[in-house]
Design a protein around this ligand. Structure first.
Ligand SMILES: [Zn+2]
Length: 413
C-alpha cells in the first residue's frame, strides 16, 4: 500500500472532496473516453473550484504538458506530515509531482511553515490558498479526529524536528534575458546573524515580494560583477528601505570596487539626488583578493576571480556563515579551474549554467552544462545546484542529471 500511487480521482474521493457517485460517473465516462480521470472530473465540474484551480496552477508550474494522470500522491507523503501540524495549520497535501508537493492551506504566505514542510517531506512545497473551513472535513477524514493532549503533557513523538540551518532561496534563477519568464539573478540567504542577497537583478524587488520575503529584514547585499542583470535591482531595494521602511540601520553592499563606484552613479541616475539624503548609512565594502568579515553579520566572504568580463574584475564568492556552513556561488563565468577551489568543502555550490553545450565563440563567457558535467566529480561540494538558466537549459531541465534551480526554490544548508 505504501508504494501505491493514487490517481487524483480516487484520492479526492478518499478525502471526501467529491461525492462517490460523481466519481462513478467520471469512471463510466472514462470507459469510452481516452482522457484521464482528473481531466474528466474537471470537465464535469466534479472537483471544487479551489481544487481545480490548484491543479491548473500546478500544470502552469510544471508546464502545460504535464498530464493529470501523472499527478499522484503516495500515501507516504501524507504520513510524512504529522497530524498535529495538519490540524494546527489546517493544511492538506493535495498533489505531488516528482519531488514537488502542493498543499492546500489558508496560511499561504507562511514561509516558516513551508520550510518546515520541505524538511519533513523532503520535497519542494507549493502552497495554494484554501479557506480553512473547506479543508477541515478532508483533514479529519484522512488523519482521524484531532488528538487531544492531557494537560501538562508535552507532545514529543510527532514534533517536527527542525534544523535551524541557514536557508537559501532562489529569488531569481533566470539568465540576463529572463528566459522562460524567470526572474533575473538574485539569491536570498537567511542565516543566524544575517539576512542578505547575493546579486540583485532588476526583478529582485517584485520577486522578493511575491515570495513573501520581507525586504526590511535585509542587512545587505553582495554583488559579483558589473552586469545589469546582477545589480540593477539595487536602487529600488534602497528606495523601499527609505520610503517604506524608514530605515535607520546601515545597509551594506559588498562587491568589486569598480562596481561599487558604478553603482553609486547608477543609483543617482535612477533617482537623482535622492540617495544623497538617506535616513540610513550605506556601507560600501570593496573586495578584491582578500577575505572579508562583513561587520555585524558573522559571515566571512572569500572572493575568487572568475572569467567573464574582459577588462573588469568578476568574482565568485565562498561565504562562510555563522552556523559553520559554507555556501559558494560562481557569479557569471566561463570554465576555469578556480571553480574547483571555489566549490571545495562547501555545503552548497550554486553555479551558473547558461547553456547546454559549450559555445566556442569566445565572445560568450558563460558556463555550459557539458563543462560542468564533465568535471562533476572534481567539485568537492555536498550539493551542486545550477542557476542562470538559458532557453536550451530550460527546455531540457527535466532530463538533466544535475540539479537545477527554479524561482522560489529553497535549499537548506
Ligand atoms: Zn554577467
Amino acid at each position: 500500500m505504501s508504494n501505491r500511487h493514487k490517481r487524483i480521482g480516487e484520492w479526492l474521493q478518499e478525502l471526501a472532496l467529491i461525492p462517490p457517485q460523481q466519481l462513478d460517473t467520471a469512471l463510466a465516462t472514462q470507459a469510452t473516453d481516452k482522457r484521464y480521470l482528473g481531466e474528466i472530473l474537471i470537465q464535469q465540474e466534479a472537483i471544487t473550484a479551489a481544487i481545480r484551480d490548484a491543479v491548473l496552477a500546478l500544470q502552469k508550474v510544471f508546464s502545460s504538458s504535464t498530464r493529470l494522470a501523472d499527478m499522484a500522491i503516495p500515501v507516504d507523503t501524507l504520513h510524512a506530515i504529522p497530524a498535529r501540524v495538519a490540524y494546527q495549520h489546517r493544511l492538506l497535501p493535495l498533489l505531488q509531482v516528482a519531488d514537488r508537493l502542493v498543499i492546500a492551506t489558508p496560511e499561504m504566505g507562511n514561509q516558516a511553515l513551508r520550510t518546515q514542510l520541505e524538511i519533513v517531506t523532503g520535497m519542494q512545497v507549493y502552497a495554494v490558498p484554501f479557506r480553512a473551513s473547506d479543508i477541515t472535513t478532508a483533514i479529519e477524514k484522512h488523519y482521524g479526529p484531532p488528538r487531544r493532549l492531557p494537560a501538562g503533557v508535552e507532545w514529543v513523538s510527532e514534533d517536527i524536528d527542525i534544523e535551524e540551518g541557514p536557508l537559501l532561496t532562489f529569488v531569481g534563477s533566470g539568465d540576463a534575458l529572463s528566459s522562460g519568464g524567470r526572474n533575473s539573478t538574485c539569491l536570498h540567504v537567511q542565516s543566524q546573524d544575517a539576512t542578505f542577497l547575493i546579486d540583485c537583478g532588476p526583478s529582485a524587488l517584485v520577486a522578493l515580494k511575491k515570495l513573501g520575503l520581507p525586504t526590511d529584514e535585509l542587512d545587505g547585499a553582495m554583488l559579483t560583477h558589473a552586469h545589469g542583470d546582477h545589480f540593477a535591482g539595487i536602487p529600488f531595494l534602497l528606495l523601499e528601505q527609505l520610503q517604506v521602511h524608514h530605515r535607520k540601520r546601515p545597509f551594506w553592499i559588498l562587491g568589486p570596487a569598480h562596481l561599487l563606484e558604478h553603482l553609486k552613479q547608477f543609483n543617482d541616475m535612477c533617482y537623482p539626488g535622492l540617495f544623497e539624503k538617506l535616513t540610513f548609512p550605506i556601507y560600501y565594502l570593496p573586495i578584491e583578493n582578500d577575505p572579508m568579515n562583513v561587520p555585524g553579520t558573522g559571515i566571512t566572504v572569500y572572493p575568487f576571480t572568475m572569467e567573464h568580463q574582459n577588462s573588469r574584475l568578476c568574482l565568485g564568492y565562498q561565504v562562510h556563515l555563522a552556523e559553520h556552513k559554507i555556501l559558494a556561488y560562481s557569479g557569471d563565468t566561463t570554465w576555469n579551474e578556480k571553480l574547483l577551489q571555489l566549490a571545495r568543502d562547501t555545503d552548497l555550490f550554486v553555479c551558473e549554467c547558461s547553456h547546454l553545450e559549450t559555445i566556442t565563440d569566445t565572445g560568450i563567457k558563460h558556463l555550459a552544462y557539458s563543462d560542468i558535467l564533465a568535471h562533476r566529480e572534481r567539485f568537492k561540494t555536498k550539493r551542486l545546484v545550477l542557476t542562470h538558466l538559458g532557453p536550451d537549459m530550460l527546455a531540457q531541465r527535466n532530463q538533466l542529471e544535475l540539479e537545477t534551480a527554479f524561482d522560489g526554490m529553497i535549499a537548506e544548508l
